[in-house]
Design a protein around this ligand. Sequence first.
Ligand code: ZN
Length: 253
Amino acid sequence: MKAFGPDFAGAKVCASPNFGSRRENARADTIILHYTGMASGAAAQAWLCNAESQVSSHYLVHEDGRVVQMVREADRAWHAGKSFWAGVTDINSCSVGIEIVNRGHDLGYDDFADLQVEAVISLCRDIVTRHNISPQRVLAHSDVAPGRKIDPGEKFPWGRLADAGVGHWVRAEPAGDDLGLCEGASGEEVKSLQSLLFRYGYGVDTDGTFGERTRIVVEAFQRHFRPERVDGVADRSTIDTLSRLLAALTDVA
Ligand SMILES: [Zn+2]
């Protein structure tokens, strides 16, 4: 692979052959955070740079905080797959993808190391500044591909990122013991929940029927914004957190 200079000054380059052109020169207005879900950082880096894998991301952040750039930000990396956010389906064309080394739910989901989180924050701040990315456009893979992906997962410290000025986040209300809306429910309350989720960007129908898709999207929301309990039940804490997030949006629009 032809070498290139890093877009982020703190990155070492290890070029991946897995990339293309952004569609119609779409600009990067979104950051997608992932975990690698592999046994080691070295294995993940080798895989993302292997032509056979047909996957890549712009950056890989190792557990010790080392940042590796594999695809130029100007190019389209292959990290999001089939996805949706706020009406857009080609997320790869409008995003910068960051893979964070973590074995993931199937291999032993570890806490994210401090040095690693600090590195993710520095990297995101740099990308956000250079591309003028809105806080609410720093998202999880699970936000744009609910049901298909759960990374970087409920252990990812979104609150720490927000404290450092990265991403859009409000402190969640503690989960209570109210029953909430769950799969099988229908009616105006369900429709209103779906409308809130859809307005925030999630890919869900607003048909007033709480089916499997709605449960999966509620889980994705909880994994990012109310990680205390990820159960797909829209209890008062979940709905309150979602409402406050939307209210906070108008402040930054
Ligand atoms: Zn992912």
